[in-house]
Design a protein around this ligand. Structure first.
Ligand SMILES: C[S@@+](CC[C@H](N)C(=O)[O-])C[C@H]1O[C@@H](n2cnc3c(N)ncnc32)[C@H](O)[C@@H]1O
Length: 279
């Protein structure tokens, strides 16, 4: 991974902390074998995982074509990206993730599936959206189970804020989709307040996103009796018009009933052997 240090000022507050990145032998192997093929190089800023000012990615060069672009922020172990990339070979998928062991598992999963329409960026997604993605470039932006930062004094670290809403709306093409999920009711309320305040985002009562696989974060929430909320917005004109060249290719399902579970498409957890994780 090529990262050139620059003197760009550090962000004051970011949505992640520098965590220990101890990796298993398998994870190290996936990173070593697959980073060149699937990790996108970028100019790094001075702070851990920050992104320096630079021209947006040349998507034609990255993917060898121009398809609709879906970005996932905090893609974790890559379950959602991998599943969607297999289902939609004509669409390109880009995941931002700051936690190296999770990135390594994603790389193994993507490589095992031989996917050509997915890439990852090992960076802060806020700087990534600011500097690597051009305005209007996204057909969808996904944020599934962002770190909740439950203590009030940490709320400023939450990814979804009014500033995030402005950035997301700017990077989405007209008619593009913003999809979020959280199991923290007060975070869902704060997300709704920030996103619904904008006149260029329109809430869509869509229910659970049918293509979102069940990951350990949702499973744990359901086991502990918490309700998962999906929030869906569409990038509209300030007038409210949603007319868009972007086709609606994804269906929505009804939210799971209390006590029921969404279908489990999640792969087996990464194991410390040398095989690639299964998609
Ligand atoms: C709770 S996990 C959810 C992972 C995945 N979306 C899922 O549903 O399984 C949140 C993830 O977001 C990542 N993350 C947090 N802030 C980030 C940021 N600013 N840019 C990129 N990734 C971030 C964390 O490292 C973590 O892997």
């Amino acid at each position: 991974m090529t990262q050139i240090q620059t003197d760009r000022p550090a962000y004051d507050v970011v949505s992640y902390v520098r965590r220990g990145s101890r990796m298993t032998a398998s994870q190290r192997g996936w990173l070593e074998r697959h980073a060149d093929r699937w990790l996108i190089p970028f100019l790094a800023g001075p702070r851990t995982r920050s992104v320096a000012a630079q021209p947006p990615l040349d998507l034609q060069a990255v993917f060898g074509r121009r398809g609709d672009l879906v970005v996932e922020i905090g893609c974790g172990q890559g379950e959602a990206l991998t599943a969607a990339a297999q289902l939609h070979p004509g669409t390109d998928f880009l995941g931002f993730e700051v936690f190296e062991p999770a990135l390594a598992v994603s790389l193994g999963r993507i490589a095992a599936a031989g996917l050509t329409n997915v890439r990852l960026v090992a960076a802060d997604a806020i700087g990534g959206l600011e500097h690597l993605i051009a305005p209007g470039a996204l057909s969808q932006l996904w944020v599934f189970f962002p770190d909740p930062w439950p203590k009030a004094r940490h709320h400023k670290r939450r990814l979804v804020s009014p500033a995030f809403a402005a950035l997301a709306a700017d990077r989405l093409g007209r008619g593009g989709w913003l999809r979020l999920a959280t199991d923290w009711p007060d975070y869902a309320a704060a997300m709704t307040e920030a996103l619904s305040a904008r006149d260029d985002l329109t809430a869509v009562p869509a229910g659970r996103f049918a293509e979102r696989p069940l990951t350990k974060f949702e499973r744990r929430a359901l086991e502990q009796g918490r309700t998962v909320q999906d929030l869906t917005y569409r990038r509209t004109d300030p007038s409210g018009a949603a007319a868009s060249p972007i086709p609606i290719t994804r269906s929505e399902s009804a939210p799971p009933q209390a006590g029921s579970r969404p279908p489990d498409h999640s792969p087996a957890p990464a194991t410390p052997d040398e095989s690639e994780p299964q998609s």
